[in-house]
Each structure stands twice: as C-alpha cells, then as structure tokens.
Design a protein around this ligand. Structure first.
Ligand code: TYD
Ligand code: MG
Length: 454
C-alpha cells in the first residue's frame, strides 16, 4: 500500500511544483486547482539518469576547439520567420510554436519544410493530428514539394524517436506535442506528464544528434501553451502566433530565444496559397482606418528592431448603469484604467461616469509604454468628440502626475512616420535632444498632458 502511494507524484501545471499528494492551492505559484497526477518517482529518477548520461557522453572541450557546422544557422528563406528566429534555425535547437487552433501553425511549418526541402535539406514532418491525405491537400495549396520533405503520421514517440535516430534528418517538425505519447508513462496523451517527458526526449534527441526540432504546442484559454509552464523553460526558442482569426493577417512573436533577441515580430497574411510575408506591417495595420473620426489615433510601438504603427480607438460614452464599464483589447486593461485616472485627476476630465472601450485595431497586442500618449489622446478625442488629423502620429510614456516621459528610439520612429506619409508628430519634450533629423515633419514636443491641444 504505502509503496504504491510513493509512486504517484502530483505537480502543478503552472510552475511544475511537485508534491506527493494533491493540493488545492499550489504553494509554489499560489494558483488554485492546478495540480495534476503525474509520473511516478521511480520513472522520473530513471529519466533524470538517462539525461545525465547524455551530458557525460559529450566531451569536455576548450571553447576555441568547439567545432560548429559550416553554416551555423539554417536560413528558411521566409524572411519574417528568419527575423523572429534571429537569423535562421540553429542546428540542434528545439523551437516551440504556440497559438490558437486554426491560426496557421501547421501551415507555416509545412511552408518551412517546403523551403528547406527546396534548399536541399532533409526534412521530416511528423503529424499526430492529420492523416497523410489531409497534409497532402494542404501541401498542394502551398506548392510543389521536393522529395526531401517526408511525411510520417505517428503519435507514439518511442517509434518517432527510433525513426529520427535512424534517419538523422536535418530538421524535424512535431505537430503537435499534445498528441505524442510515451508508452512507459501511464497517462493519456496531452497530459502534463506526457508533454513534459515527451519534450525532454525531443530535447535530448535535438542536442545529441544535432537535429533541429520544431514542436507545435496548443494554447489554453488564457493564452499559455497547454501543459506545464516549464515547457517554455525547457525549449530554446518560444514563438507565439497571435492575431485576429477573423482578419487575414497573423503575427509571429518571439517570446524566448536563446540564440537571438526576443520581441521581434514577423507579420504574415493568410492567403489561398498559405501564409505570405507582409513586408510593410505598418501600412497593413493602418489600411482602411477611418479618417476624421473622434477617438482614433495612430501611435507607434517598437517591436524588436522595427517601429510598428498602430491605430488606437477609444469610445467614451456616458454610463447608463451605476458602475462605469471599461474594456480594452490589445492593450493592458490596468494601464487604460490608470491613464483614465490620471486624466481625471490632472486635467479634470469627468470620466468617473463614463463607459470606455479601448481597442487596438487589427488584433495586435502592444505592451510598450510609448503608446500611452496615444491612448490618452484617443480617450480625450472621443470624450470631446473631436477628431485628430489623420496625418498626425503620437507617442510618449505618460507618468502618474501627467508628465510625458522620454521613450527609446524616437528618431527611428520619426523617420518611419515620415516614410509612411505622416506630417505631424507629437512626442515627449525630453526626446528633443535625440532627434537630429525631423524628416520634413512638424514636431510638437510636449512636457505634460495638460499641454495637449486637440
Ligand atoms: P492551420 O495551419 O491548420 O492551423 P493550426 O495548425 O494552427 O491549427 O490553419 C488552417 C487555417 O488556415 C484554416 O482556417 C484554413 C486556412 N488556410 C488558408 O486560408 N489558406 C491556405 O492556403 C491554408 C493551407 C490554410
Ligand atoms: Mg495544426
């Protein structure tokens, strides 16, 4: 009896905290109801040991003597993806691609397979979700594949492992990690234990054989990859697909990257023949925006190395019921509330009895504080129902006392705005010394939101 008890381990699906018994609240991350039954202790110790042998096998080498393959990164020739990956796929790396169902994960990876196959790489696409026929149908829409790309439908990871060890392809795609299972683990595919162990096995394969592996991960309702949070810690690179499923474009965001910078984004448009790169995302984001309408402002957010221009929309209306309603899409809800409080206190805008809805058009999520001033202007403009000229763009961080604070890379934002045809730019006064070329734009520097004139 007691022996059996020790065998079962429960761990938290959020942070990976392990406990011999189930608990309602995780002592590690304080989340409720996240404990799942998992692998028994004996097996996990066994797994740990096999991993360690892998490390022992690798010899200890002085840094200058480390040999790397001639090309250190494999270019996919899909520019937007290469940018997010930091120049290409690193040999022996493990990359996780997450995103909502139907957003285009399988499509993108099949396109990557095609591009790599065309470049003479040996690629193996392993699907546990679709049949050969279904993948072929998708492949036909994308284009003509070479024989370098091989398909394999399998969900048993033990078999997959053998195949990879035998064939040693250059790149392997696993679609998706939630469908894979290891026989020695009792629980169902997609369970925390399976996902964790399966990723461990793939990681070892990638590092030992030098095979680059892509895994598709499903996303839960709150936007995390389904399975333990530590999945993200295990892999080298984490990419998320975001965007409005009803709109045609998709944004691929690098959330973690051991080999390059994060926060780079790649923009794609879903067309009949698959995902097509969007070379100028700002033009795309701003296309079809309403002109001369109150509550609409164009602001700029740095996404990695690129300034992206976005349209912020606000709708402020009198509250019908007692408690004002606030809603935000694409920007942090708390940030919107904070800025509304600043507006109320510092310029006396009576927002206390107004509903406010704020939206970033196009389904992109922005988190840079530089869009604060855009949010503020959109709210003020909607409140007074006064439009802001369509050739004006705004950026700056807003502090709690209403001061407009400096932001990074003001010059590259101004230059990009000029390229997009904007005529006027409202920006923080403290950015004045960093701007040496106004690129023919009218620059309006402000210190405090009190100085804002609509
Ligand atoms: P898919 O790659 O299957 O999504 P995921 O693997 O993330 O679940 O994306 C499928 C969606 O993309 C589906 O709604 C159909 C659409 N699609 C196109 O519009 N054009 C295409 O050429 C392809 C292959 C798919
Ligand atoms: Mg899919």
């Amino acid at each position: 009896m007691s022996k059996d008890k020790v065998k079962t381990v429960f761990f938290c699906t959020q942070c990976g905290y392990e406990s011999p018994k189930w608990m309602g609240q995780c002592p590690g991350c304080k989340e409720w109801n996240t404990f799942k039954e998992g692998l028994n202790e004996k097996q996990s110790r066994h797994e740990g040991r096999t991993l360690r042998t892998g490390i022992e096998n690798a010899r200890i080498v002085p840094v200058p003597n480390v040999e790397i393959r001639k090309e250190d990164k494999i270019k996919t020739n899909i520019g937007e993806l290469d940018r997010v990956l930091g120049g290409g796929i690193v040999w022996g790396s493990l990359t996780l691609i997450g995103g909502d169902p139907g957003i285009g994960k399988s499509t993108l990876l099949l396109q990557v397979c095609k591009a790599l196959g065309d470049a003479g790489k040996d690629v193996l696409y392993i699907s546990g979700e679709e049949s050969l026929g279904q993948i072929k149908m998708r492949a036909d829409r994308i284009g003509t594949f070479t024989e370098n790309v091989k398909l394999y439908c399998e969900t048993c990871l033990d078999d997959v492992k053998e195949v990879i060890e035998e064939r040693k392809p250059d790149v392997v795609v696993i679609d998706s990690i939630q469908t894979m299972y290891l026989e020695e683990i009792g629980s169902a595919p997609g369970s925390v234990a399976q996902v964790r162990e399966a990723t461990g096995v793939l990681m070892k394969l990638a590092k030992v054989l030098g095979v680059s592996v892509f895994i598709v991960g499903h996303v839960t309702k709150d936007g995390n990859v389904a399975g333990p949070k530590m999945l993200e810690h295990m892999v080298d690179t984490v990419l998320y697909f975001e965007g409005d499923r009803h709109a045609s474009y998709r944004i691929l965001r690098g959330v973690k990257n051991r080999f390059g910078s994060t926060n780079e984004i790649g923009v794609f448009e879903m067309q009949n023949q698959g995902l097509v790169e969007v070379a100028n995302p700002s033009e795309f984001m701003l296309s079809g925006r309403p002109l001369n309408t109150g509550g609409c402002v164009v602001s700029c957010s740095m996404e990695g190395s690129r300034p992206i221009f976005i349209e912020i929309q606000a709708l402020v209306t009198p509250t019908n019921f007692g408690i004002p309603r606030r809603q935000s899409t694409g920007v942090d809800y708390n940030r919107v509330n904070l800025l509304m409080a600043v507006l109320e206190k510092k310029i006396g805008l009576p927002l206390g009895n107004c509903d406010a809805y704020v939206n970033v058009a196009g389904g992109i999520k922005v988190s840079e504080p530089a869009v604060d001033l855009g949010l503020v202007m959109a709210i003020v403009s909607s409140f007074h129902n006064k439009p802001i000229s369509e050739d004006t763009t705004v950026f700056g961080e807003v502090g709690l006392s209403g001061e407009v604070r400096a932001i990074a890379q003001a010059q590259s934002r101004v230059s990009e705005a000029a390229k997009l045809g904007f005529k006027k730019c409202i920006l923080p006064a403290s950015c004045r010394k960093t701007i040496n070329d106004s690129a023919g734009m009218e620059l309006v520097y402000i210190d405090n939101i009190k100085d804002l004139k609509l």
